[in-house]
Ligand binder design. Structure first.
Ligand code: HEM
Length: 177
C-alpha cells in the first residue's frame, strides 16, 4: 500500500495542479510519497496498491523489462502524479475489449515505450479500495525531458482510451528538500 499525501510537507514541491476532466483536487504546496499506512497531517491522501499487469503481452513485458528505468534516479528532479478514474462503460467492457481499446486502437503501450528510459513510471491501482480514483499514475524525469513528457501526455489524451476517462487531475512536481 502506498500513499500520496498532499499538504505542507514532503520532498516534492507542487508547481502545478490542474483538473483535466471532472473535479479538481484541493490545492496543496507539497506532496509526500509514503509507503504503507504511515500517518501524516495532510489536506488529502490518495492511496493505491501495486498490482499485476492486466494487458501486457509476453513480448511487451520483455521489452518493458529491458527498457524501464527505476524510480529515484538523482537526475529525475521532475515528477507528475496523474490520478485517473475511468467510466462505468470502461469497466463493463470485457478484458479483451479493453485491451483492444488500450493498445490496438490507442497504442498506449507502443507509444509509451518510445519514451523509455527517459520517463520512469509506476502504476498504482485503487478502484477496489473505495478511493475517488481508479489509478494513481506516477512519472519521474529530468528537466530536459519535460517537453517529451508533455508530448506523450497530449498524445494519450487524444486517444480512444481517454474517451473513457471521466476524472483526471494533473499534478506536476519538482524535487526540493
Ligand atoms: C511513460 C511511458 C508509458 C508507458 C511505457 C506506459 C505503459 C503502460 C502499460 C504497459 C500499461 C498496462 C499495465 C497493465 O497491463 O495492467 C499502462 C497502463 C496505464 N497507463 Fe500507461 N504508460 C506510459 C505513460 C502513461 C501516461 C503518461 C499516463 C497518464 C497520463 C498513463 C496512464 C496509464 C493508466 C491510467 C493505465 C491503466 C489503464 C487501465 O488499466 O485501464 N500511462 N501503461
Amino acid at each position: 500500500l502506498f500513499a500520496f499525501a498532499g499538504g505542507w510537507t514532503g520532498e516534492w514541491k507542487v508547481i502545478r495542479s490542474r483538473p483535466v476532466s471532472g473535479e479538481a483536487l484541493p490545492p496543496v504546496d507539497r506532496l509526500a510519497v509514503l509507503s504503507g499506512d504511515a500517518r501524516i497531517d495532510a489536506r488529502w491522501i490518495l492511496r493505491g496498491v501495486t498490482s499485476y499487469e492486466r494487458y501486457v503481452t509476453f513480448d511487451e513485458k520483455r521489452e518493458l523489462a529491458a527498457k524501464q528505468p527505476a524510480l529515484g534516479r538523482p537526475e529525475s528532479t521532475c515528477a507528475a502524479l496523474i490520478p485517473i478514474r475511468k467510466s462505468s462503460e470502461w469497466w463493463q467492457l470485457a478484458a479483451d475489449a479493453r485491451r483492444a481499446v488500450l493498445e490496438d486502437s490507442s497504442h498506449h503501450i507502443r507509444t509509451g515505450m518510445r519514451y523509455l528510459p527517459a520517463i520512469a513510471r509506476k502504476l498504482y491501482h485503487c478502484r477496489d479500495l473505495g478511493e475517488p480514483f481508479d489509478f494513481l499514475t506516477w512519472f519521474e524525469y529530468a528537466p530536459a525531458d519535460r517537453n517529451a513528457f508533455e508530448e506523450l501526455v497530449d498524445m494519450l489524451r487524444g486517444t480512444e482510451e481517454w474517451q473513457y476517462v471521466e476524472r483526471e487531475v494533473d499534478l506536476r512536481l519538482v524535487k526540493e528538500d
